[in-house]
Design a protein around this ligand. Sequence first.
Ligand code: PGA
Length: 227
Amino acid sequence: MKKLVIANWKSNKNLSEAQSWFDEFAIVEPAQDEVEVVVAPPFPFLPLAKEHLPSSIRIASQDVSSFPSGQYTGAVSVSNLSGLVDFVLVGHSERRKYFKETHQDIALKVEQIISAGFQPVVCVDSSYITDQANAIEPQLLDQCIVAFEPLNAIGTGQSMPVSEVVEAVAEVKKAFGEVGVIYGGSVSWQNVAEYLLVSDGVLVGSASLQVSEFVKLINKASGQFLD
Ligand code: PGA
């Protein structure tokens, strides 16, 4: 598996800022030989991402409904996302904290995502790795990619020491099986290389908002694996 570098914009940017990011990114074209780059903009900008990003860049949504398509006003179902995304993030700690999502809600979303043929990226903090895994149908566990995101490292500029990430990766594999495990929490171009040595990729929030910084991060991530 290529190392994954996922940009999570969260609720940032308006339409013209999103357009500028895609345009700027398409011109810069960072080195992607050794990494798979995925961009997760807010829902309204997914068609724009599809239209403007180079075809080598994959697209993710930041969430999805736990319900199928139908009478669920305001929800975005997997069928709404058809043809727009390859990956779907679920269970981000911000979804759990502000929108009160439970392990069970996230398990239902994983079912929706896998039934639609998308790749789920399930976010977990250290304190509920096993509880989250236990909520998911056992036969679906090894189809997940897990993003280990320690709460106190998200958006703080204080990334987790690499030795602790190594332990968390082992814990995730114990609970989920032989899945890809990526790290998220204050990843930057300065520290990305060390996290890629001990994980299958990174989930990047703040450092993905400016194209120049994100491209630097991708180049750093790619560079270390070149001869
Ligand atoms: P951060 O966010 O890189 O700003 O810490 C990561 C995330 O929450 O996905």
